[in-house]
Design a protein around this ligand. Structure first.
Ligand code: PLP
Length: 348
């Protein structure tokens, strides 16, 4: 059969494109004389590369970062090859061959990766040095290795471990990167993620790499009032019902009504990235009113107390709150997790 057109989606994710553009502009301005790029890995932190990348491009962003080679095709549909960097670099011949075939430059992260890149023909690439996160990047002590010395480095990068805190490690990392600069003849130097941008000019170098703050994350107090929410998530009410004192709700009957109350079943669950951590103590919202979650969040559904919303009915769209700092505090999830877990059933 030919599939008829789908009905309107019961689960929606849209982006406030103006907020996304304004966030990039704000972060670019905060970056001083450095240019702001954009981390668009993990499908633009779950929000959708197909929407986010064109907005960022049209706002003036000229450098984009993904983690995996699998993420390259979706981003290249919107920007020139020269503007994309793959953070995980090349670990084997197949990745080096893919990099060459597409023209996308890898970020070389280790002596082993430098050798893979050299063996595949060398040429321009980026270089990550590890200044203290001990996760990915060539250790400073290995910068003199012949495979590293042979690289043609476009951008020299490092990554901050604790930029969202006032940690002495921040200044240490910036100083170590400064020391590495003359050892590597790079055209550009880049250190700061979103939080690093807020640390000030010592952290900006030539290029900054904001991710979470583009999408509404407020990871340092300096960004409050500067960054606006971007994700808009809505789910349809499938059913409304009355329950009586003593009735329980949901799996394992973890909630029991103390008196007669009204509840609504909403079509979003943990399979959609509305995790159990966003259960009781959290709320959905309708017309500005809080609808407290009752009982366990299940795979496809969440039940809310709608006693205070007498006109809410099946078919209405409720808002899943995505003001990230507040929702992170309520759920114990990080602002990064709240976005990147958003599931495939959300119609973008
Ligand atoms: C993810 C990532 C970023 C962006 O970090 P945010 O904290 O989201 O701003 C920047 N640089 C590197 C290397 C990353 O992996």
């Amino acid at each position: 059969m030919t599939m008829p057109e789908l009905p309107p989606p019961a689960l929606r994710l849209s982006l406030d494109r103006d907020a996304l553009a304004a966030n990039w502009r704000a972060l670019n301005a905060l970056s001083g004389s450095a240019q702001a790029g954009a981390a668009v890995k993990a499908d633009a932190y779950g929000l959708g590369v197909a929407t986010a990348v064109p907005v960022l491009r049209d706002t003036g962003c000229r450098r984009f970062f993904v983690a995996h080679w699998s993420e390259v095709p979706a981003v290249l549909a919107h920007i020139p090859v020269s503007q994309l960097c793959v953070l995980h670099g090349v670990t084997n011949e197949a990745e080096a061959a893919f990099a060459r075939a597409t023209g996308v430059l890898p970020v070389i992260n280790s002596v082993q990766q430098a050798q893979v890149w050299g063996d595949s023909g060398g040429g321009p690439c980026h270089l990550m040095v590890d200044t203290g996160i001990n996760r990915l990047g060539v250790p400073l002590a290995q910068l003199g290795h012949e495979a590293v010395a042979a690289l043609e480095v476009d951008t020299l990068l490092s990554h901050l471990a604790s930029a969202d805190e006032d940690s002495p490690l921040n200044a240490t990392q910036a100083a170590r990167l400064q020391q590495a600069v003359p050892q590597i003849g790079a055209r550009n130097v880049s250190l700061a993620n979103s939080a690093g941008i807020a640390l000030g000019s010592d952290y900006h170098f030539d290029l900054t790499r904001p991710g979470i703050a583009l999408y509404g994350g407020i990871v340092r107090p300096e960004l409050a009032g500067v960054i606006s929410p971007v994700a808009i998530v809505q789910a349809v009410v499938i059913q409304r019902r009355s329950i009586s004192a003593g009735d329980s709700v949901g799996y394992n009957a973890t909630f029991t009504a103390a008196q007669t109350m009204e509840v609504a079943t909403v079509s979003i669950g943990y399979a959609d990235g509305f995790l159990r951590a966003r259960g009781p103590g959290n709320a959905l919202r309708w017309q500005g009113q809080d609808l407290p979650v009752v009982g366990r969040v299940s795979m496809d559904m969440t039940v809310v107390d709608c006693t205070a919303a007498p006109t809410l009915k099946a078919g209405d769209l409720v808002d899943i709150p995505m003001d990230l700092p507040a929702q992170a505090a309520l759920s114990g999830l990080s602002q990064y997790e709240l976005l990147t877990v958003l599931g495939k059933r959300l119609q973008r």
